[in-house]
Design a protein around this ligand. Structure first.
Ligand SMILES: C[S@@+](CC[C@H](N)C(=O)[O-])C[C@H]1O[C@@H](n2cnc3c(N)ncnc32)[C@H](O)[C@@H]1O
Length: 403
C-alpha cells in the first residue's frame, strides 16, 4: 500500500493540470537548484515547504540536495533527522544520507549518518559510505605489497588455489577463464557439487587478491549434466552460472554484465530430436546453443573512470571491430589434446574489450593454454595455471617462465 501511495504521488505530479495555482508550473529541477544556490533563511523555508508537497521523486531529491547546500547546520540537521526515517522513496533518502556524509566532520551529522545506516541496512548506502571514505583517505593509503612483478609469460604448475600464492596482490589486470565443468569432463573429479563450488571459491579468493581493484574477471560457464549411474535414475542438471554468481559475490566481485556466446546449432549436441519425433508436451528439451560469459568487477571504492584514467598513457588500437550487443556469435573449437578449449576469437574479444596492451592477464584454469597464446599475440603478459600433468607438458613447450 505504501509503495502504491508513492507511485500515485509521482503520477499526480506529472499529470497535474495545475488548476489551483501556478506553483507547480515553476517547480523544475533548475528552479530548485537556484533556490539551493542562494543561501538564505527565506530560501530554506521555501525548500522545506516544497519538500512537503506532492512532488515527483526527481524533484523531491533535488529539494533535499538543495537543503543540504544551505548554511544553517542546525536546521539541516533537524530536517534530516525528522524526515530520514519517514516513508519516502529510497532515492530521496540517499540524498539525505549523502548530506550527512559530506558533513560527517560535524559530530551530530556523523551520528545521524550511522543511524541511517543501521535503520536501512541498504547496499547503496554502504557503497556511498565506502566511496566517500575511500576518496577521503586516498592520499594517505599506498599499497606497498607489490614487490615480485611479472615481466614474462608465466606458468604456475599445480592447483591454482595454492600456486597463485606466488603472485603478489593486485598485479593482474584481467582474468578470463573457463573453470572445470564439475564432473562432466574427466580432467576433474569432485566428491560432490558442494565440494566443487568450495574448490572454485578458493580459486576465486586468490583471483580477487591478485586482481587490481576495479578490474574485470570474466568466467565462461554453462549448465552441465553429469552421466546418470543407470537408466532408472534421473540425471542432474547443474545451473553452474547461477551458483557462480553467489561465490563471485562472496569473494569480492560485483556483477556487471552477462555476455551470451552463441554457437551454430549444428555444432551442439542434439537434445530436441526425441521431441521432434513425438511432439509430446513435457518432453521438450531445446538444443543449447549458448554459453555465458559472466562479467564481474573486483569491488573498489572508486568508479571505473579511475581505472581508465590510470591507463591514459597507454597507446591502444582504435581500428577494431566492435560488438555492440551482448550476443557474440562464435564457432566453437575442438582440439585433439583437450576436450573443452576456448575459440581464439572469444579470447581476442575479451582481451580487446577488457585489457590494455602490456597488461598482466590471468587464466587460473588454463587447459591447453588458448588464452595465453592469444594474449601473447595481443601484447599482453599471460599468467597460466594448470594442474593436469598432460596439459602442463604441452604448455611447457610454449616458452613460459615457470615459477
Ligand atoms: C575448461 S578447461 C579450460 C580449457 C581452456 N580454456 C582451453 O582453452 O584449453 C579447465 C581446466 O582447468 C584445469 N583445472 C581444474 N582445476 C584446477 C585447479 N584447481 N588448478 C589448476 N587447474 C585446474 C583442468 O585440468 C582443465 O584443463
Amino acid at each position: 500500500m505504501y509503495r502504491e501511495d508513492l507511485v500515485n504521488t509521482y503520477k499526480n505530479n506529472y499529470n497535474s493540470n495545475d488548476k489551483t495555482g501556478n506553483l507547480k508550473k515553476h517547480i523544475t529541477v533548475e528552479f530548485i537548484k537556484k533556490l539551493g544556490k542562494e543561501k538564505s533563511d527565506e530560501n530554506f523555508d521555501k525548500l522545506l515547504s516544497l519538500f512537503n508537497q506532492n512532488l515527483a521523486v526527481e524533484l523531491k531529491r533535488e529539494v533535499v540536495s538543495s537543503i543540504g547546500r544551505q548554511t544553517n547546520m542546525e536546521k539541516i540537521y533537524h530536517f534530516i533527522n525528522d524526515n530520514a526515517f519517514n516513508k519516502n522513496y529510497m532515492e530521496v533518502i540517499y540524498q539525505m544520507y549523502r548530506t550527512t556524509l559530506y558533513k560527517s566532520n560535524i559530530d551530530v551529522f556523523d551520528k545521524l549518518r550511522e543511524k541511517i545506516e543501521v535503520h536501512y541496512d541498504n547496499e547503496m548506502i554502504y557503497k556511498m559510505r565506502d566511496f566517500y571514505f575511500y576518496k577521503k583517505n586516498r592520499n594517505q593509503k599506498k599499497d606497498s605489497k607489490i614487490s615480485n612483478y611479472i615481466y614474462n609469460p608465466t606458468l604456475l604448475k599445480g592447483d591454482s588455489s595454492k600456486t597463485l600464492d606466488r603472485i603478489d596482490n593486485q598485479v593482474v589486470k584481467l582474468i578470463f577463464t573457463s573453470p572445470p565443468y564439475y564432473n562432466a569432463r574427466h580432467y576433474s573429479d569432485y566428491f560432490s557439487y558442494k565440494d566443487y563450488l568450495n574448490e572454485m571459491k578458493k580459486v576465486l579468493k586468490q583471483c580477487n587478491r591478485v586482481l587490481e581493484e576495479g578490474r574485470f574477471i570474466i568466467i565462461n560457464v554453462s549448465p552441465v549434466i553429469t552421466k546418470r549411474p543407470g537408466r532408472e535414475f534421473e540425471s542432474i542438471r547443474y545451473p553452474i552460472h547461477f551458483d557462480f554468481h553467489k561465490i563471485l559475490e562472496e569473494t569480492g566481485f560485483s556483477f556487471i554484465d552477462e555476455i551470451i556466446w552463441i554457437k551454430p546449432e549444428a555444432t551442439v549436441p542434439n537434445r530436441v530430436g526425441g521431441f521432434l519425433q513425438t511432439k509430446k508436451p513435457l518432453s521438450y528439451k531445446p538444443n543449447c546453443i549458448t554459453e555465458s560469459l559472466l562479467v564481474y568487477r573486483k569491488n573498489a571504492n572508486f568508479l571505473l573512470d579511475e581505472n581508465i584514467k590510470r591507463c591514459n598513457h597507454i597507446p591502444f588500437d582504435k581500428n577494431i571491430g566492435i560488438d555492440t550487443n551482448n550476443c557474440w556469435y562464435i564457432n566453437p573449437k575442438s582440439d585433439k589434446n583437450h576436450p573443452a578449449v576456448f575459440p581464439e576469437e572469444l579470447c581476442e574479444k575479451v582481451l580487446k574489450y577488457y585489457s590494455f596492451p602490456n597488461d598482466i592477464v590471468l587464466d587460473p584454469f588454463a587447459g591447453s593454454g588458448t588464452f595465453g597464446r592469444v594474449a601473447k599475440k595481443m601484447n599482453r603478459i599471460p599468467i597460466l595455471c594448470e594442474k593436469n600433468v598432460d596439459y602442463i607438458k604441452l604448455l611447457e613447450a610454449e616458452n613460459y617462465d615457470i615459477i
